[in-house]
Design a protein around this ligand. Structure first.
Ligand code: SF4
Ligand code: SF4
Length: 275
């Protein structure tokens, strides 16, 4: 599945391009490359990337830009942005190696539906970028029906309509996760990408997943990651155990996908314990 983009990312013998340095800026002064900043791919082998924004709050795109220090390198030297509203002056969708899709899809919006299906057809890899794209998140509760678009009233995660290859959870996705995923893609680190591939077809998410699959299975170590990950503060740690307030849960799925105990495969546990 990843062979084409992996080849595009890894297959160049060209000399690597040094990152540009930005100097004399007041608020964001990036003069040196971070140690974990990825090396840019060179020349014609740069992967062709598209960005589609469907229904959501734009938080994931904003989170992407929080990676100030590598964004310059990523956008100029590592990838070619070939499609995206406000990013590229192009109406026809080209062939792409990777298409990031932010937001859920409005089922009454013909343009969004057409764009989604076309992206699946033309992109080797589809990444559901953020919890709205993965499982609907807060747009699940959106009634829509705004004055300009009175018929827009139901929203679905994109994996309900097309096959998704990689999913990055978050409301929004954390800048660090975006950074690490970019590096993993550049370095072809399929081990890092595996969990993101595993949740690609997940269409629902809730604090209940944590309760049913981790806490009630005596898998919880009380690390508190879920409480830190929950943006609505629906989870409180009480005496070392997470307690979930369902009334505050917006179904983003971050608690479950970021819990270090939610990834233990059942077969491996059975094998290790001999049960
Ligand atoms: S992240 Fe998982 S292991 Fe950690 S406290 Fe929450 S449920 Fe328990
Ligand atoms: S409990 Fe919090 S982190 Fe978990 S799904 Fe609900 S809103 Fe998201």
């Amino acid at each position: 599945m990843f062979s084409k983009i992996k080849k595009a990312l890894m297959g160049s013998d060209e000399p690597k391009v040094e990152p540009k340095k930005v100097e004399n800026q007041e608020s964001v002064v990036i003069t040196e490359k971070r140690e974990d900043a990825p090396e840019p791919a060179a020349g014609s082998k740069k992967p062709r990337v598209g960005y589609i924004h469907l229904s959501g709050c734009t938080g994931d795109g904003m989170s992407l830009t929080e990676n100030y220090d590598i964004l310059d390198v990523v956008l100029t030297d590592m990838i070619d942005i070939v499609y995206g509203q406000t990013l590229v002056d192009l109406w026809e969708m080209p062939e792409m190696d990777l298409c990031l899709i932010e937001g859920s899809v409005c089922l009454q919006d013909e343009h969004s539906l057409k764009e989604l299906y076309e992206a699946r057809e033309k992109s080797t890899l589809i990444c559901a970028f953020g919890s709205c794209a993965i499982n609907g998140c807060f747009t699940t509760y959106a009634r829509g029906g705004q004055q300009a678009q009175p018929k827009h009233e139901s929203f679905a995660p994109i994996s309900q309509l097309i096959k998704v290859d990689v999913a990055l959870p978050g409301c929004p996705v954390g800048p660090e996760m975006i950074r690490k995923t970019i590096i993993a893609l550049v370095e072809g680190d399929m081990d890092y990408l595996k969990p993101a591939m595993d949740i690609a077809s997940c269409q629902t998410a809730c604090g209940c997943d944590l309760l049913n699959n981790v806490i009630r299975n005596a898998m919880c170590t009380g690390c508190g990651t879920c409480a830190l990950a929950c943006q609505t503060r629906a989870i409180k740690m009480i005496e070392g155990r997470p307690h979930i307030n369902n009334a505050r849960c917006i179904k983003c799925g971050c608690c479950y996908t970021l819990c270090p105990r939610s990834w233990l495969p059942e077969e491996q546990i059975k094998k290790d314990t001999g049960l």
